[in-house]
Design a protein around this ligand. Sequence first.
Ligand code: FE2
Length: 214
Amino acid sequence: MITAMPLPFAADALVPHLSAESFNYHHGKHFQAYIKTTNDLIAATPAATHDLETIVSDAANAALFNAAGQVWNHGFFWASLSPPTPTRPTGELAAAIDTAFGSFDAMAQAFVAAGTAEFGSGWVWLFSGTDGKLAIAATHDAMPIWAEQPATPLLVCDLWEHAYYLDWRNDRGAFLHAFITSLANWRLAQDQYAIAASDAAGWRYPVEPVPVTA
Ligand code: FE2
Protein backbone atom coordinates (compact mmCIF):
# COMPACT_ATOMS: atom_id res chain seq x y z
CA MET A 1 0.00 0.00 0.00
CA ILE A 2 1.15 3.50 -0.80
CA THR A 3 0.88 6.16 1.89
CA ALA A 4 0.37 9.87 1.38
CA MET A 5 3.64 11.76 1.56
CA PRO A 6 3.06 14.83 3.72
CA LEU A 7 3.91 18.25 2.35
CA PRO A 8 7.47 19.00 3.53
CA PHE A 9 6.39 22.57 4.47
CA ALA A 10 3.32 24.37 5.82
CA ALA A 11 0.51 24.87 3.31
CA ASP A 12 0.98 28.66 3.48
CA ALA A 13 4.81 28.60 3.32
CA LEU A 14 5.01 29.47 -0.39
CA VAL A 15 2.71 32.48 -0.32
CA PRO A 16 2.44 34.63 -2.43
CA HIS A 17 3.50 32.26 -5.21
CA LEU A 18 1.26 29.36 -4.20
CA SER A 19 -1.56 29.74 -1.68
CA ALA A 20 -2.67 27.45 1.12
CA GLU A 21 -5.97 27.06 -0.72
CA SER A 22 -4.09 25.78 -3.75
CA PHE A 23 -2.21 23.19 -1.67
CA ASN A 24 -5.38 22.20 0.15
CA TYR A 25 -6.83 21.18 -3.22
CA HIS A 26 -3.64 19.98 -4.88
CA HIS A 27 -2.18 17.96 -1.99
CA GLY A 28 -5.44 17.42 -0.12
CA LYS A 29 -7.66 16.33 -3.03
CA HIS A 30 -5.84 15.62 -6.32
CA PHE A 31 -2.83 13.87 -4.77
CA GLN A 32 -4.98 11.83 -2.38
CA ALA A 33 -7.16 10.71 -5.29
CA TYR A 34 -4.11 9.34 -7.16
CA ILE A 35 -3.06 7.47 -4.01
CA LYS A 36 -6.53 5.99 -3.54
CA THR A 37 -6.71 4.88 -7.18
CA THR A 38 -3.24 3.30 -6.96
CA ASN A 39 -4.12 1.45 -3.78
CA ASP A 40 -7.46 0.29 -5.19
CA LEU A 41 -5.70 -1.08 -8.28
CA ILE A 42 -2.91 -2.92 -6.41
CA ALA A 43 -5.13 -4.33 -3.65
CA ALA A 44 -5.01 -8.14 -3.58
CA THR A 45 -2.24 -8.22 -6.22
CA PRO A 46 1.50 -8.89 -5.74
CA ALA A 47 2.11 -5.16 -6.31
CA ALA A 48 0.42 -4.41 -2.97
CA THR A 49 3.75 -5.03 -1.22
CA HIS A 50 5.98 -3.33 -3.79
CA ASP A 51 7.55 0.09 -3.48
CA LEU A 52 6.19 2.85 -5.70
CA GLU A 53 9.11 2.82 -8.13
CA THR A 54 8.53 -0.88 -8.82
CA ILE A 55 4.78 -0.39 -9.14
CA VAL A 56 5.35 2.28 -11.80
CA SER A 57 8.01 0.28 -13.64
CA ASP A 58 6.01 -2.96 -13.64
CA ALA A 59 2.51 -1.50 -14.12
CA ALA A 60 0.48 -4.00 -16.13
CA ASN A 61 -2.01 -1.46 -17.46
CA ALA A 62 -2.35 2.21 -18.26
CA ALA A 63 -4.71 2.93 -15.36
CA LEU A 64 -2.17 1.77 -12.79
CA PHE A 65 0.77 3.40 -14.59
CA ASN A 66 -1.08 6.71 -14.70
CA ALA A 67 -2.19 6.68 -11.05
CA ALA A 68 1.12 5.43 -9.65
CA GLY A 69 3.13 7.72 -11.94
CA GLN A 70 1.11 10.68 -10.72
CA VAL A 71 1.80 9.73 -7.08
CA TRP A 72 5.56 9.55 -7.77
CA ASN A 73 5.62 12.78 -9.78
CA HIS A 74 3.68 14.66 -7.11
CA GLY A 75 5.94 13.31 -4.36
CA PHE A 76 9.00 14.53 -6.24
CA PHE A 77 7.22 17.83 -6.95
CA TRP A 78 6.53 18.40 -3.22
CA ALA A 79 10.24 17.70 -2.64
CA SER A 80 11.17 20.06 -5.50
CA LEU A 81 9.50 23.00 -3.76
CA SER A 82 11.26 24.90 -1.00
CA PRO A 83 10.21 28.01 0.87
CA PRO A 84 13.63 29.14 2.16
CA THR A 85 16.63 30.45 0.30
CA PRO A 86 18.92 29.72 -1.48
CA THR A 87 17.04 30.40 -4.66
CA ARG A 88 20.07 29.68 -6.84
CA PRO A 89 22.24 26.58 -7.14
CA THR A 90 25.87 26.69 -6.06
CA GLY A 91 29.03 24.69 -6.55
CA GLU A 92 29.26 21.90 -9.10
CA LEU A 93 25.60 22.13 -10.04
CA ALA A 94 25.87 25.84 -10.79
CA ALA A 95 28.90 25.11 -12.98
CA ALA A 96 27.06 22.27 -14.76
CA ILE A 97 24.11 24.57 -15.48
CA ASP A 98 26.48 27.14 -16.97
CA THR A 99 28.09 24.42 -19.11
CA ALA A 100 24.79 23.00 -20.37
CA PHE A 101 22.77 26.19 -20.83
CA GLY A 102 25.21 29.11 -20.71
CA SER A 103 23.83 30.69 -17.53
CA PHE A 104 21.22 30.27 -14.82
CA ASP A 105 18.94 32.74 -16.59
CA ALA A 106 19.23 30.85 -19.89
CA MET A 107 18.39 27.60 -18.08
CA ALA A 108 15.38 29.25 -16.44
CA GLN A 109 14.22 30.56 -19.81
CA ALA A 110 14.54 27.08 -21.35
CA PHE A 111 12.64 25.54 -18.42
CA VAL A 112 9.75 28.00 -18.82
CA ALA A 113 9.75 27.53 -22.60
CA ALA A 114 9.65 23.72 -22.37
CA GLY A 115 6.83 23.79 -19.84
CA THR A 116 4.85 26.39 -21.76
CA ALA A 117 5.23 24.49 -25.04
CA GLU A 118 3.92 21.22 -23.57
CA PHE A 119 0.41 20.83 -25.00
CA GLY A 120 -2.07 19.63 -22.41
CA SER A 121 -1.06 18.16 -19.07
CA GLY A 122 2.32 16.89 -18.01
CA TRP A 123 5.53 17.67 -16.16
CA VAL A 124 8.69 19.64 -16.91
CA TRP A 125 12.00 18.28 -15.65
CA LEU A 126 15.56 19.42 -15.09
CA PHE A 127 17.50 16.18 -15.22
CA SER A 128 20.85 14.54 -15.71
CA GLY A 129 21.01 12.18 -18.66
CA THR A 130 23.19 9.11 -19.18
CA ASP A 131 26.05 11.28 -20.42
CA GLY A 132 25.97 13.23 -17.16
CA LYS A 133 24.89 16.36 -19.00
CA LEU A 134 21.99 18.42 -17.70
CA ALA A 135 18.90 18.73 -19.86
CA ILE A 136 15.32 19.97 -19.73
CA ALA A 137 12.33 18.10 -21.12
CA ALA A 138 8.60 17.84 -20.60
CA THR A 139 6.74 14.54 -20.30
CA HIS A 140 3.08 13.92 -21.12
CA ASP A 141 0.34 13.21 -18.62
CA ALA A 142 1.67 10.95 -15.82
CA MET A 143 5.06 9.98 -17.28
CA PRO A 144 8.04 10.19 -14.91
CA ILE A 145 11.17 11.23 -16.83
CA TRP A 146 13.03 8.11 -15.63
CA ALA A 147 10.28 5.85 -17.05
CA GLU A 148 10.74 7.44 -20.48
CA GLN A 149 14.54 7.56 -20.72
CA PRO A 150 17.56 6.89 -18.52
CA ALA A 151 17.66 9.99 -16.33
CA THR A 152 18.19 11.22 -12.81
CA PRO A 153 15.67 13.99 -12.16
CA LEU A 154 16.94 17.08 -10.33
CA LEU A 155 13.66 19.04 -10.20
CA VAL A 156 10.15 18.77 -11.54
CA CYS A 157 7.28 21.22 -11.95
CA ASP A 158 3.66 20.21 -12.37
CA LEU A 159 2.07 21.40 -15.63
CA TRP A 160 -1.44 20.22 -14.81
CA GLU A 161 -3.81 23.14 -14.60
CA HIS A 162 -4.81 22.14 -11.07
CA ALA A 163 -1.25 23.03 -9.99
CA TYR A 164 -1.51 26.72 -10.79
CA TYR A 165 -5.01 27.80 -11.76
CA LEU A 166 -6.10 29.10 -8.34
CA ASP A 167 -3.03 31.35 -8.01
CA TRP A 168 -1.99 32.06 -11.60
CA ARG A 169 -5.19 31.43 -13.57
CA ASN A 170 -4.18 30.53 -17.14
CA ASP A 171 -0.64 31.99 -16.93
CA ARG A 172 1.42 28.79 -16.88
CA GLY A 173 4.54 30.68 -17.95
CA ALA A 174 4.42 33.02 -14.94
CA PHE A 175 3.93 30.06 -12.63
CA LEU A 176 6.91 28.26 -14.17
CA HIS A 177 9.06 31.39 -13.88
CA ALA A 178 8.14 31.70 -10.19
CA PHE A 179 8.95 28.03 -9.66
CA ILE A 180 12.40 28.05 -11.23
CA THR A 181 13.50 31.45 -9.87
CA SER A 182 11.87 31.47 -6.40
CA LEU A 183 10.53 28.10 -5.30
CA ALA A 184 12.86 25.38 -6.59
CA ASN A 185 14.61 23.28 -3.96
CA TRP A 186 18.24 23.59 -5.05
CA ARG A 187 19.39 21.46 -2.11
CA LEU A 188 17.40 18.56 -3.58
CA ALA A 189 18.75 19.33 -7.06
CA GLN A 190 22.34 19.43 -5.78
CA ASP A 191 21.89 16.12 -3.93
CA GLN A 192 20.40 14.51 -7.03
CA TYR A 193 23.17 15.89 -9.22
CA ALA A 194 25.80 14.37 -6.95
CA ILE A 195 23.91 11.06 -6.97
CA ALA A 196 23.68 11.08 -10.77
CA ALA A 197 27.45 10.90 -10.95
CA SER A 198 27.60 7.94 -8.58
CA ASP A 199 26.05 4.50 -8.35
CA ALA A 200 23.82 5.52 -5.47
CA ALA A 201 20.03 5.55 -5.79
CA GLY A 202 18.36 8.91 -6.17
CA TRP A 203 15.25 10.29 -4.50
CA ARG A 204 12.67 7.62 -3.78
CA TYR A 205 9.06 8.00 -2.77
CA PRO A 206 8.96 7.67 1.03
CA VAL A 207 7.85 4.37 2.46
CA GLU A 208 6.17 4.61 5.82
CA PRO A 209 7.88 2.38 8.38
CA VAL A 210 6.02 -0.87 8.86
CA PRO A 211 4.59 -0.92 12.37
CA VAL A 212 6.12 -3.56 14.59
CA THR A 213 3.51 -5.99 15.82
CA ALA A 214 3.98 -7.95 19.00
FE1 FE2 B 1 -0.69 18.04 -9.70
